[in-house]
Ligand binder design. Sequence first.
Ligand SMILES: Nc1ncnc2c1ncn2[C@@H]1O[C@H](COP(=O)(O)OP(=O)(O)OP(=O)(O)O)[C@@H](O)[C@H]1O
Ligand SMILES: [Mg+2]
Length: 587
Amino acid sequence: MTEASPRPAPQLESRALLTRLVADQGRAHWKGYLLAFAFMAVIAATTSLSAYLMRDVINEVFIARNSQAIWMLSGAVVVLYTVKGFATYGQQITLTRIANAIVGSVQRRLYGHMLAMDVPFFTERHTSEFVGRLSFVATSSAQVLNALITVAGRDFLSLLGLLIVMIVQDPMLSIVGGIVMPLAVWGVQGLVKRAKKIMRTEFAGGMAVLETMQETVRGIRVVKAFGLEELFRTRMEGQIASVQAAADKRARVGARSVPLMETLGGFAVAGVILYGGWRVVSNDATPGTFFSFITALLLAYEPAKRLARVHVELAANLVGVGLLYEFLGQPAREAEPAGLPDLAVTGGRVEFADVRFAYRDGEDVLNGLSFVAEAGKTTALVGPSGGGKSTVFALLLRFWDARSGAITVDGTPITAVSRRSLRSKIGLVSQDVFLFAGTVAENIALGRPGASPAEIEAAARAAHAHDFIVSFRDGYHSQVGENGLQLSGGQRQRIAIARAILEDAPILLLDEATAALDTESERAIQEALAVLAETRTTLVIAHRLQTIQRADRICVVEGGRVVEEGRHEELLAAHGRYARLHEFQFG
Ligand SMILES: Nc1ncnc2c1ncn2[C@@H]1O[C@H](COP(=O)(O)OP(=O)(O)OP(=O)(O)O)[C@@H](O)[C@H]1O
Ligand SMILES: [Mg+2]
């Protein structure tokens, strides 16, 4: 169950990625793409027709001096360009809407898959990785498809139409003009691989920038207090410079197709002028044919250039698509067989029997830990820092799974029931309180979404939070700031307690829940928690032994085992580890 490091990502091939993306998203939006395609066909047709018209412009107007044709031809051109304008508008709107829909759907999928991951998955990664993925991966998926459809649609069709015009006007001349095409394709191939590699570097660098940015914001007090501004500035500058260099390089590689295409285009036009001009001079062809051909060739030049370049762009964006499928391809680590029964809590007796656990191989944290928290009683875990107390809570909530031994609630192994039901029966006030951006009331209400304002207030009163909350100008509607940074440590803790009280679960876990409070508030909360503890199984972790003296049972956890247990008086009389801890604290 416990995987120490993220598994190596399978590198999917570009073609496989494209096929998958088209199957995934293309299929969902095929109607929209069809519409866009129709618009593009219109664009291609109008472009080709305008080139075709050049023959009549030259032959009728310049050679035959036909005044009626002037009116006809200018009218036709106006119509053609107007139609082209509207078709372009339609194509742009359609493609953008599809792109937005794809970005949304990819984000929803990524986020859904993320939520299905277990806690270790998140502890192995930096938050910025998720932020970066969500934006980069989603937009690149949309860009790949749109680039593909624009190229396949507008550029390819236009090129095709113009080629037809050229062939109709002069087949022989077309061969002269088209000879450069294979050269262009060959020239661009080499650029693709490099673009991909650079994009990967650029993405990794972008992640590092995000990471530093986030850490600086979250740790701003440490940065300031220790005078770390210069250190962080230097680190950030290095990262920004490497992203900048990668982006420059990608632009260079991407633009390298331009001189290639320009030069080849020059050769094509020159070839046509030489051969076509010679035919006009020797009276084998009309000037109209020649001009129509040249116009088609010049018009074909833009789409051809884009066709050549799109390869490079596709390659870069496919890196994002690769990341998407790599992530979606990882098994949802919290997935469980359907039909797993819900946990039924009768009394709430929790038992750990010979539990062994390690976060990392070879570093045992729990070594055969056993204890019983009797139903409806308060059990305290005490012991030195790093002894494994919080780990006991993490295993009970199945954030991690034990490597061996059994953890049961009312005799049912916790692995035999659904995680959701297990967690819904357990309330938690964790060692480091987390508050979400939003109001005080919203944060308390997370204990039981949909709770009424009266219920929220009752929970806040029980947690001795009501008084300080109403002293704020906005009362329960005061913003707590990111991670509750606009509140004091003790205030955050009391909001977390209120949240757990509101949840009203039959098993309550309190990890140093009153550590940040003054003696007076602590005593008041102790009393409130004591009332709660009367009707439920409570597990308390505390460093200050004073707070657990009235516990029904005290377990001393040391080196991943329970080394001593009993009531306060019994343990004092035994003169063991607990008595020593007690002596240290009370002299
Ligand atoms: N996510 C993690 N990954 C790896 N090791 C961890 C992780 N969390 C905790 N540990 C390690 O597990 C051991 C037990 O940690 P735990 O948090 O259970 O201690 P604790 O008894 O709650 O300590 P404290 O009283 O300081 O809160 C420690 O050595 C710690 O370094
Ligand atoms: Mg702890």
